[in-house]
Ligand binder design. Structure first.
Ligand SMILES: Cc1cc2nc3c(=O)[nH]c(=O)nc-3n(C[C@H](O)[C@H](O)[C@H](O)COP(=O)(O)OP(=O)(O)OC[C@H]3O[C@@H](n4cnc5c(N)ncnc54)[C@H](O)[C@@H]3O)c2cc1C
Length: 371
């Protein structure tokens, strides 16, 4: 008999399993249908010995001191500031668009002030910002939208930016400075020995039993537990009774080269006709010293593992029907990217899991990150 069954060993499941076991002395059975812990943040050494992220590059960044403090109990960190370039008009330029992007692309020598004027001159103000297209065109105009965003978004989501919620592209800022960091969060670092090692330390508690290669359906009815933490797809839990929540998926193609470095920054975006959206070289991110290097190409697709909830109004409405059902299901807590059908980053998932834990434990969140 377990106090809790936790379904899914990603950030959400591991955080809750750890907190319930260590802070409340609860017994926890953690199951995952995959052969490993870590969910989509799982990393491992490939055949050449290069540390890679099996489900695409995962860069840790957060503004939450609570989240950083909590995770720091299970890992040391390798400081890392993420940089991305885009292949546009036959050359590599920084993205988010900044002073160097524009000056390189147009052969200009704008200052920050002049660039602000340039953006004003090309921007096409919109009365209301509803779609991703509105977001970009109202900031940088149609030409830069076509060069950097339109095709990338169409590949990534299988939809034109005019069909996507404003929230999707609102994530990409435009700068008038030369700052070429992709993120500006207060905390930016990678787990020193990788995510999987960090998760192993989170789960190394006598109250936690882990079962891999196990779909929770397989143990339903044969194992006893009081409550469930569910971090798998919420529609799957309810047997898709209102229909399937749509996700965008990805196919990953890994390539190992017998060279020290294959590209100048960790990620190159391809906002053009190539079938892949971006190429990532892991050693930039992990800081690993190795004579060989591994890159991953990402090919977006409709079918496959559920990676990105598709942010459209009708999907939010469908999710709300499942959420009402979830609210009316006692003893089961839905959390995480799939459990709440939200495009959350890792730190947001940890924050969400800590908030749920605080509710279960009846404490304030700030009190629940400690030992
Ligand atoms: C390509 C890609 C890149 C990303 N890059 C970043 C990034 O750079 N920075 C960042 O902060 N975030 C990034 N993210 C987001 C990050 O992956 C998520 O925020 C995080 O992994 C969510 O954790 P989770 O525990 O909610 O879900 P998951 O990691 O998806 O874990 C859910 C687990 O539940 C298991 N499961 C599902 N159904 C069942 C079942 N029926 N029975 C048993 N187990 C089940 C799954 O196997 C999975 O292991 C990225 C996501 C993707 C897809």
């Amino acid at each position: 008999m377990f106090d809790y069954l936790v379904v899914g060993a990603g950030f959400a499941g591991c955080t809750l399993a750890e907190r319930l076991a260590a802070a409340l002395d609860k017994s926890v059975l953690l199951v995952d249908k995959r052969h490993h812990i870590g969910g989509n943040a799982y990393d491992h050494h490939d055949e050449a010995g290069v540390l890679v992220h099996k489900y695409g590059p995962h860069i840790f960044h957060t503004n939450s001191r609570d989240v950083f403090t909590y995770l720091s109990r299970f890992t040391e960190w390798h400081p890392y500031q993420h940089r991305v370039q885009a292949w546009v008009d036959g050359r590599l330029v920084p993205i988010p668009i900044n002073l160097d992007t524009i000056n390189t692309l147009y052969g200009t020598s704008y200052t920050a002030f002049a660039l602000a004027d340039f953006f004003k001159s090309v921007a096409e103000p919109r009365d209301s910002i509803k779609t991703s297209e509105d977001v970009i065109i109202s900031q940088v105009g149609r030409e830069l939208y076509e060069k950097f965003f339109r095709n990338y978004t169409r590949k990534q989501w299988g939809l034109d930016p005019s069909e996507l919620d404003a929230a999707v592209t609102a994530r990409v800022p435009v700068r008038t400075s030369r700052d070429d960091r992709y993120f500006t969060d207060a905390y930016q670092a990678m787990p020193l020995l990788g995510y999987t090692r960090m998760f192993e330390r989170m789960l190394a508690h006598r109250n936690i039993k882990v079962m891999l290669n196990t779909d929770y359906h397989e143990i339903e009815g044969s194992v006893l537990y009081d409550e469930v933490i569910f971090t798998g797809p919420i529609d799957e839990y309810f047997d898709f009774r209102f229909g399937k929540l749509p996700y965008r998926s990805l196919q990953f193609k890994f390539e190992t080269l017998n060279t020290w470095q294959a590209q100048p920054v960790a990620v190159i975006n391809y906002p053009n006709d190539n079938l892949y959206t971006r190429v990532t070289e892991f050693k930039h991110i992990t800081g690993q010293a190795h004579g060989a290097t591994t890159r991953v190409y990402e090919f977006p697709q409709a079918d496959g593992d559920p990676y990105y909830p598709i942010p459209r109004a009708e999907n939010a409405t469908l999710y709300r029907r499942y959420q009402e059902l979830a609210d009316a299901t006692p003893g089961v807590h839905f959390v995480g990217r799939l459990g709440t059908y939200k495009y959350y980053n890792m730190d947001q998932v940890v924050a969400q899991a800590l908030t749920l834990f605080a509710k279960i434990a009846g404490v304030r969140r700030a009190e629940c990150v400690g030992a």
